[in-house]
Design a protein around this ligand. Sequence first.
Ligand code: ADP
Length: 309
Amino acid sequence: TPLHCIVKLGGSAITCKNELETINENNLSTVSSQLRQGMILGPSQGMDWSRRPGSLDIPTVVDEVDDRLASNPKKFLVVHGAGSFGHFQASKSGVHKGGLSRPLVKSGFVATRISVTTLNLEIIRALAREGIPSIGMSPFSCGWTTSERNIAVADTSTVVKAIDAGFVPVLHGDAVLDNSQGCTILSGDVIISHLAEQLRPDYVVFLTDVFGVYDRPPTEPDAVLLREIGVREDGSWSVLQPKLQDTSRQVEITVAAHDTTGGMVTKISEAAMIAKLGIDVYIVKAATDHSARALKGKLTDDIPDGWLG
Ligand code: ADP
């Protein structure tokens, strides 16, 4: 069966960005439930999943899921960002700038991986509680490497095998080895576009902490949410939005520079690369009605705020 959907769980959406190594439990559980609904494309048949115990009760999870999730689920793949996990460790030690021979960078590399894999495990747990058969897969451990910070080797065969076996692989932004500078940070958004190109899903959903892409940082008072961004063959974009099209000025999307992996700039350019392949891309706020509909692939009929395709 072909891959249905690749989902990016934005670090900003599933963690509390300003609190070190803190998960946004509400968002994570809502998103996990929406993901399950997207996979089975239907309501949970009257079952009150919200009353599930917080622990991982394996027999219960497996039994209850057999009918719905295990019968014929849509194939999904998840990639998450780091948010308040890994970010601090990476930027403090300069893992993204390379130089593994320096003790600070090497220990920062280890600390970053401890942090992001801890988050990965928590996400796997949250998904498993919903009955989603998720498997954590680290880019570093899959042998993925970069060269001048671009993906050099990223064999997807293990990911494909996991999908074929009925699992939902959960990859993440990771510290990886880099041929030219020793090491770097491989962002979740770059992983997504690589996987989209290789695996050609029906659509890709980016879940983030804002309603979508704005013409400037959303913290600015006059920021306008862009409903649809059309991407041409040559990779150039135009904003398909009546209000903005009327004006002759070219819409420049500006973003705030902030993190080790490029933030919104990376996200928009990776999303544009995916859209160029003819794959619809939605950038929506996590744990909202928009994210529920995007995960079901049902946003196109009536475009709400914030999608890119
Ligand atoms: P995530 O962690 O969800 O992958 P990032 O934190 O990397 O996402 O990027 C999302 C953040 O980018 C938002 O919180 C927002 O404040 C910021 N941002 C900066 N410029 C823009 C823009 N033009 N449109 C939307 N968001 C923007």
